[in-house]
Design a protein around this ligand. Sequence first.
Ligand code: OOG
Ligand code: MG
Length: 255
Amino acid sequence: MKALNDYAVLLDDAAHHAREVPQFDTESRLSLDDAYAIQAASIQRRLARGERRVGVKMGFTSRAKMLQMGLSDVIWGRLTDAMQIEEGSSIDLSRYVHPRVEPELAFFLKKPLAGKVTGPEALAAVEAIAPALEIIDSRYKDFKFTLPEVIADNASSSSFVIGAWRDPAIDFGNLGLTLNIDGRAVQVGSTAALLGHPLRSLIAAARVAEQAGEPLQAGWIVMAGGATPAEWIKPGQYISIDMEQLGRAGFHTQD
Ligand code: OOG
Ligand code: MG
């Protein structure tokens, strides 16, 4: 078996050059700690290239996503500024291996949040919420992976798009949402799909980030996870999320 840092270099290069790599741990010999250590080292390489850490993404927080990918543990990844795409912009798909998109809810924090926190404590740290889209792009061939492999690959994170930030003083526990491609709803869901209430995803993020020694910071974004199965993205599309009360976020893909 290679050293953990060798896997970090492999996955970081794969993401950087939009090249797929074969699975390397089909027998799950890597522990989850090893997998997160690989993820941390691969993100360290991005930071060394000048990217800035801006938050955390949660994964497999809905049953729909767990079923789609065949895994059932909540995972998390690290977000950097280079991953954010401006709302409404047009993206070049040659930057991706085989991108998929999923509808999410994003939190913007006004206070640090660490360890075991209650719902009211988590909510008190939230400056704003927004409808969001995540572009996931597993670096593994055929988008297939084991749990340690997807964790090492920064939970397939690739890009994210965030709509207008809104006051969190509404009941956002069960907001209807659609994922649309060219104006047609291709997935329908609710924020309630996220662990029963998306705030639970933020509570989980506070716990895992603290455990990793990188507690959630004021000014950070937390992506709560896909509320529906993800959809493949193709050139020449307009992809959007419409969320009850919070509105729309979208982006175009170049031809
Ligand atoms: C792993 C990432 C999962 C989510 O929102 O559940 C995720 C994958 O599906 O490739 O981002
Ligand atoms: Mg996601």
